[in-house]
Design a protein around this ligand. Structure first.
Ligand SMILES: Cc1cc2nc3c(=O)[nH]c(=O)nc-3n(C[C@H](O)[C@H](O)[C@H](O)COP(=O)(O)O)c2cc1C
Length: 198
């Protein structure tokens, strides 16, 4: 589940909540899964991966990851991302463009200490996306950390990312491909509204 709190009252946020509630009521599986696409300057490459969207606090969408991972270096080199959700049970796609930044150390520490020790052991033990000799080695590293490390203390290489959308597109699938597409684009603090052809 995504935790929504103190939600921004702008129209696209209210529409997001309406769609989210519909997806919850329709028992959407993997409702938190959101694809994040980034651009890495040095490699001149675009890449995408799913993460779990954990919070929307006011106008900030928040997920957690490793601050030394490839995605982190991409965000560092180019802080503009696109995010994509598809909730199949309500046949709705939401496309987002945003600027991304890290969440605060205090926020990370609070979230980390509320998580299970197993999740934290994995976060501490993994140099995310680095090469390793075997999956056996992955398990060894994990078990060692699970037994020996302080599993309440958030390491400085792990924490949240927050992005604040400046563009939303809500796509609703309809019969005969008469799909409905609505865009909200922020311009000078005003949400402009557009309808797109299917
Ligand atoms: C449904 C789903 C949810 C995921 N959630 C996260 C997440 O919240 N944080 C994360 O770091 N990786 C998550 N992953 C793994 C990422 O997709 C990715 O493999 C990992 O973050 C490394 O990405 P990078 O090499 O681009 O940094 C998830 C994968 C899937 C399939």
């Amino acid at each position: 589940m995504i935790k929504l709190s103190n939600l921004n009252q702008g129209i696209p946020y209210l529409l997001f909540k309406q769609k989210y509630d519909d997806a919850v009521n329709a028992e959407q599986k993997n409702i938190e899964a959101i694809s994040i696409s980034s651009y890495e300057n040095k490699a001149n490459e675009v890449d995408s991966r799913y993460v779990n969207l954990k919070f929307i606090i006011n106008d900030e969408f928040i997920f957690f990851s490793n601050y030394a991972s490839p995605k982190a270096s991409a965000f560092n080199s180019h802080n503009q991302i696109s995010a994509l959700l598809y909730w199949s049970n309500i046949n709705t796609q939401i496309r987002i463009k945003a600027k991304i930044k890290k969440t605060s150390d205090e926020f990370n520490q609070k979230y980390f200490s509320d998580r299970s020790k197993e999740k934290n052991a994995l976060a501490i033990s993994s140099s995310q996306s680095n090469l390793i000799d075997s999956y056996f080695q992955v398990k060894e590293n994990y078990n060692k950390i699970l037994k020996n490390a302080d599993l309440r203390k958030c390491p400085d290489f792990w924490g949240g990312y927050s992005f604040t959308p400046y563009y939303f597109e809500f796509w609703e699938g309809h019969e005969s491909r008469l799909n409905k597409r609505e865009v909200y684009k922020k311009s000078d603090d005003i949400w402009e509204h557009f309808i797109l052809q299917p």
